[in-house]
Design a binder for this molecule. Structure first.
Ligand code: GLA
Length: 334
């Protein structure tokens, strides 16, 4: 047998052996109500807790069930899909821990004949381009970055800060396109408002949470003891909050720090409720409730009625600060 033919025969055998249990699984679940998964990379982060809650609430209203799973790494993602397949789920929403898992996730979903949509972080193919044919719902990242830049510039002006005396701590994650777009957008607006390019310092982060922000910020702040005033921006408010904690540890006064995040979830609310204002000035709030609800609705309509979801939905944000956080929260239904 030639090599090509042999490979073909082997994959046919594999398909046949694998096919039987899947087929029987599907029929065993055929008359159960619709079940879908909601997989998130950081199940402990307020943003993702809100999304999963909103998905579950929609399910209760529309009589389908949602299996919420935390998938902090690639192996967990694949085993979660296996798990959903075994339970007879017909699809899932996912914010993956690494967008380069795109092709692997697609292959695994196909194995169980499951539909899936992405939320927040858009998956990419092996060349780094967005994975085609996977509907996505996420922030209008660059524009929201622009809003961060505007909030920082306005507040600098209000405080009477001169550009030459201010440093920017730009916490980066260039492996995640939405993160790069957000910080690029903020940088663009800061520069347009007269910020000094040479005063922007990069602090690459390993994880997009408080700890990641703290660890990225500390060494960069220590390297520039001559800079007394700082502005801070990043992918999200958790990261900015971690960096603000790093400024506090170095005894930089809160009045000399302007940190602006993105998300508008639990951590920002807790910060706004502190007695004294910290270096965390504000955040561009986006509705995590709508992200969870709308992405799930798109998926369920697709499964039930064959209605193809929009290819790329981009959501908008609003500046939330100490004085308006409760109103913005209500307005966005967070
Ligand atoms: C990324 C970030 C989250 C949140 C979402 C919003 O996944 O890691 O904190 O900002 O985007 O889309």
């Amino acid at each position: 047998m030639n090599r090509k033919l042999r490979r073909l025969t082997l994959s046919a055998i594999a398909a046949a052996t694998l096919g039987i249990p899947f087929a029987s699984q599907m029929s065993a679940h055929a008359d159960e109500p619709l079940k879908v998964g909601f997989l998130v990379k950081m199940p402990e982060q307020a943003w993702f807790i809100n999304e999963q809650k909103a998905a579950t609430a929609l399910g209760q209203k529309e009589k389908f069930s949602v299996v919420n799973i935390g998938t902090p790494d690639g192996e967990k993602v694949l085993s979660a899909i296996d798990n959903l397949g075994a339970q007879g789920a017909q699809g899932f929403v996912i914010c993956a821990p690494d967008v380069r898992l795109g092709p692997a996730i697609q292959a695994r979903a196909k194995r169980y004949n499951m539909k899936f949509v992405t939320v927040d972080d858009q998956l990419v193919d092996s060349t780094g381009k967005p994975l085609p044919n996977v509907p996505h719902l996420g922030m209008s990242a660059f524009k929201i970055g622009n809003q961060v830049g505007t909030a920082i510039s306005d507040e600098m002006k209000k405080r009477g800060w001169k550009p030459e005396e201010v440093g920017a701590l730009r916490i980066t994650d260039y492996e995640l396109p939405t993160a790069k777009q957000r910080t690029d957008g903020a940088t663009e607006t800061l520069l347009a408002n007269g910020f000094k390019k040479e005063n922007i310092f990069d602090a690459p982060q390993k994880t997009t949470d408080d700890e990641g922000g703290f660890n990225a910020a500390s060494p960069v702040l220590s390297q520039h003891p001559n800079i007394k005033k700082w502005v801070i921006y990043a992918i999200n408010e958790e990261t900015v909050l971690g960096a603000v904690r790093a400024t506090e540890q170095l005894h930089i006064a809160s009045a000399d720090v302007i940190g602006v995040g993105i998300n508008g979830a639990g951590e920002a609310f807790a910060e706004f409720q502190k007695k004294e204002q910290t270096g965390f000035y504000g955040t561009i709030a986006v509705s995590s409730t709508n992200h969870g609800k709308d992405s799930t609705q798109n998926l369920v309509d697709w499964i039930k009625n064959g209605k193809q979801p929009p290819a790329d939905t981009q959501t908008t944000g609003k500046l939330m600060v100490r004085s308006n956080w409760q109103d913005v929260r209500k307005e966005l239904g967070i």
